[in-house]
Design a protein around this ligand. Structure first.
Ligand SMILES: NC(=O)c1ccc[n+]([C@@H]2O[C@H](COP(=O)([O-])OP(=O)(O)OC[C@H]3O[C@@H](n4cnc5c(N)ncnc54)[C@H](O)[C@@H]3O)[C@@H](O)[C@H]2O)c1
Length: 355
């Protein structure tokens, strides 16, 4: 059984920890240690998950017996811990975006190849059953050659303004949200990005003292000729019915596919909370027969997939075969980052940019 550690135990790190703790109960891994530079977060999380806590990932990675490490530090800070872990021969699951630079992604891939370790990126949109069905239909030619498409992904404003205002200026809706769908569309189309034109607004968040884009519209031409427009923003009002709104549409020579990736059909309105739409497909909490919380959904599956991949490799599974499976790997992280970098460049130059 593999020993797993987590670096960055904040909001999304908790999702990683819940997944590994659940897999431990199922006898599929050991959650051995947590690292976070915030002493309060570290204390709370290491007590909650009953594991050793470290303020410094270097100390954790050298002292503990760890096979694989999951990294959920803020967007621009995945690279250093990943490189350190790779050089010590640890397998890596890194949150999206893999890195916010192309050079960083290349360096991470090189380090993992050199040390013969798995480099996986948590691109959970691939694990959404509705998206898997879209990918299958597109690959089977059900809508013919895709000519154009449309994606939207929008968070409520509390995400950049209240959850992580300290690092939101070092990120953007492109890095935090767009990257999910750059990967998904690239995966569905089996085609890399080619050219980008993007435009964005810095109005609302800047007025609140957070210097980052509110919204970005990016038109991406893929190598197979499909042109997909991505509208991403993180300024929806706090009263919006869900923390995230998302969906996609693809139009081809022979058909069209539309998916509301947020509203899966259940709406409620409570006196206190107001109107709410659920996407239980992403994360659902139920109780098992012992009354313990059981997590399921594609937001969990894509993390658990890292542990399954380590089991597969240990049993002699082929890394080449893994590349054909659903997991987002280092190369996918690199290609998604290349699109995001071109989008950020186009925002600055106002020009069409090569991916
Ligand atoms: N897959 C998804 O759907 C999804 C959703 C949300 C966030 N994320 C990603 O997860 C990452 C973390 O986001 P979050 O919302 O949890 O942010 P967060 O601010 O809540 O948590 C980040 C944590 O990392 C810690 N940290 C920072 N530098 C560190 C270091 N060098 N070593 C150890 N710990 C360090 C911080 O103290 C903090 O507790 C981001 O890259 C984000 O894009 C992914």
């Amino acid at each position: 059984m593999k020993n797993i550690a987590v670096i960055g135990a904040g909001k999304f790190g908790t999702n990683l920890l819940n997944t590994f703790a659940q897999l431990e109960r199922q006898g599929r891994c050991h959650l051995v240690a947590i690292c976070d530079i915030n002493p309060e977060t570290l204390k709370t999380q290491s007590e909650k998950y009953r594991v050793n806590g470290y303020l410094d990932y270097r100390e954790m990675l050298t002292k503990e017996k760890i096979d694989g490490v999951a990294i959920a530090t803020p967007d621009p800070f995945h690279r250093e811990p990943a490189l350190y872990a790779a050089h010590l021969g640890k397998h890596i699951l890194v949150e999206k975006p893999m890195d916010t630079t192309v050079e960083g992604c290349l360096e991470m891939i090189e380090a993992c190849n050199k040390n013969n370790v798995l480099l996986q990126v948590d691109f959970h949109k691939r694990f959404d059953p509705y998206h898997r069905e879209i990918a299958k239909n597109v690959r089977e030619g059900k809508i013919g050659r895709v000519e154009y498409g449309y994606v939207h992904m929008e968070d409520r404003i509390e995400v950049p303004a209240k959850w992580f205002p300290s690092w939101a200026p070092k990120s953007s809706p492109v890095w935090f949200l767009g990257i999910h769908f750059f990967d998904l569309i690239r995966w569905i189309l089996s085609s890399d990005g080619k050219k980008v034109y993007a435009t964005g607004k810095k109005w609302k968040l800047k007025s609140l003292g957070i210097d980052t884009y509110d919204s970005v519209s990016a038109m991406v031409e893929f190598r197979n000729g499909a042109v997909v427009t991505f509208d991403v923003s993180w300024i929806l009002p706090e009263k919006f019915e869900a923390i995230v709104n998302q969906g996609l549409r693809l139009v081809g020579e022979k058909g069209v596919i539309e998916c509301d990736s947020q509203d899966r059909g259940t709406r409620v309105c409570f006196e206190q909370e107001g109107m709410m739409t659920y996407n239980l497909g992403f994360l659902s909490e139920t109780q098992d027969k012992f009354g313990r919380i059981e997590y399921s959904g594609y937001g969990i599956e894509s993390i658990a997939d890292f542990v399954y991949n380590l089991e597969y490799l240990e049993k002699g599974g082929s890394p080449e075969q893994l590349k054909k499976a659903i997991s987002g790997l280092g190369h996918d992280g690199l290609e998604a980052t290349k699109i995001a970098v071109a989008v950020q460049r186009s925002l600055e130059t106002g020009q069409v940019e090569e991916v």
